[in-house]
Design a protein around this ligand. Structure first.
Ligand code: IMP
Length: 430
């Protein structure tokens, strides 16, 4: 059996949690391959019960599914233990046999949050608007080859030494802006707790690549769960307004230690409109009443930070780009119900290049905002469609909207989500 991969096609927050939850019904393991505490995968498992998972693979919400965290992820050990505690409190204990964390996963030292805050302040108007979880500095340290990995916890004295070394290194780098007095003692205490939490996680450490190979060899199946979205990918997203981890399907190979030939289907998750949280180009943004209406109807506030999300029309050009980057087999469309009641809907279907851009390159970095989007206008639909489960029952104009998106992105839309609940989904043959 191959590994299927699920990724986000926009700037994160596409509703991946719900789709992973649905697809994990029939898999043996769900594996996170990138990101960490910056992610917020929300799953509504009952009328009054929902979970927001940051580090843990969403599949753990199903009793028979094993969770794997690959070396492409970055882990805040205390926060991860807290998440595990929350699940245990809800009657879903994450025992040793149900969770395996790659020994090569990097750990988020508490000083990284401080460094990130300092760095964001220094950037002033050009700040990234990160989730402030220390993600960027952790990936930076990884590539500076100074980072702390879970395997370091196997040598307690070595871990303590590294944790101290990281703290001193960054305090030194921040110079006069480094915390002092009670802030510094709080940071030293947090470093002590970081070491203890890392040691506690050691019980879960192992070889994720090997575990996946074993599962596949015995005929089992694995779903690789991406975090964030293609447009936040450091290689292919709107750089520098991106995250640190790989957000496209290719990242599943490096982040889990599997070869490309192990990949089966690639499922892209796309919202019926666009949102973005944090700074960076967003050509189809609606900084007006229409955008506010989408935000309120869609509850578009960050699952990790609570920040209001920027809202806009669906960008079909970028969606098609993301489908190509990921090599999507099919797409799951989410939050279609949010668009009920809009008289007209717009979808960006082409761009006119910024006349000042040299060599006619469609830049996707910071200058992307200078390219001019053009739209196709479609009729909206009045009817509330929340909770619908049948394609034929959808208003014709809602179906036309989905079919137009399908035409734009060039691959079938196999699932249409009509609400947060597990059962609020339309399945189509793809
Ligand atoms: P970082 O991942 O905290 O470094 O943040 C970098 C950028 O990615 C910021 O614009 C964040 O708002 C954005 N980002 C990171 N994780 C998520 C996510 O899960 N959903 C949406 N945006 C995210």
């Amino acid at each position: 059996m191959p590994v299927d991969v699920l990724t986000g096609l926009q700037w994160g927050d596409e509703g991946k949690g719900k789709i992973v939850d649905i697809l994990s019904e029939s898999v043996d393991a769900v594996a996170r391959f990138s990101g960490g505490g910056n992610a917020g995968h929300t799953v509504s498992v009952g009328p009054d019960l929902s979970f927001v998972l940051h580090h843990l693979p969403t599949g753990l919400l199903r009793e028979n599914v094993e969770g794997l965290i690959g070396s492409g992820c970055v882990i805040d050990p205390g926060a991860l233990l807290g998440e595990m505690g929350e699940l245990a409190g809800a009657g879903l204990p994450v025992d040793r046999g149900r969770l395996l964390i790659s020994a090569g996963a990097h750990l988020v030292h508490p000083v990284y949050r401080v460094v990130e805050k300092w760095d964001e302040a220094r950037r002033g108007d050009s700040s990234i608007g990160t989730t402030a979880r220390g993600i960027g500095p952790c990936y930076a340290e990884k590539y500076w080859r100074r980072g702390i990995r879970l395997e370091d916890a196997a040598f307690e004295q070595g871990l303590r030494h590294k944790a101290r070394e990281q703290l001193e290194y960054h305090l030194d780098a921040m110079g006069g802006s480094a915390p002092s007095g009670s802030d510094l003692s709080a940071l030293r205490d947090a470093t002590g707790r970081f070491v203890e939490a890392s040691l506690a996680l050691l019980d879960y450490a192992g070889d994720v690549s090997l575990r996946i190979a074993d599962i596949l060899e015995s005929g089992g199946s694995v779903l690789a769960e991406g975090a964030q979205g293609a447009l936040l990918d450091p290689d292919h997203g709107t750089y520098p307004y991106v995250t640190g981890g790989s957000c496209t399907a290719g990242g599943a190979c490096s982040g889990l230690g599997i070869g490309p030939r192990s990949i089966g289907q690639v499922v892209g998750v796309m919202k019926a409109y666009s949102t973005r949280v944090g700074a960076g180009p967003f050509p189809t943004e609606l900084p007006n009443e229409t955008g506010d209406r989408i935000r309120e109807r869609g509850g578009e506030y960050g699952a990790t930070t609570g920040r209001p999300r920027r809202c806009g029309w669906l960008d079909g050009v970028l969606a098609r780009y993301a489908v190509r980057l990921n090599g999507c087999s099919w797409v799951a469309l989410t939050l279609l119900d949010v668009l009920s009641g809009f008289e007209k809907l717009r979808v960006c279907n082409r761009y006119e290049l910024d006349p000042e851009a040299s060599a006619g390159i469609f830049e996707r970095g910071a200058r992307m905002a200078l390219h001019r989007p053009f739209y196709r206008e479609l009729d909206g639909w009045e009817e509330e469609i929340r909770g619908m489960t049948s394609w034929d029952a959808l208003p014709r104009k809602a179906r036309d909207y989905v079919l137009y998106l399908e035409e734009l992105i060039g691959v079938p839309i196999g699932l249409v989500s009509t609400g947060p609940g597990r059962s609020e989904i339309i399945r189509r043959d793809v």
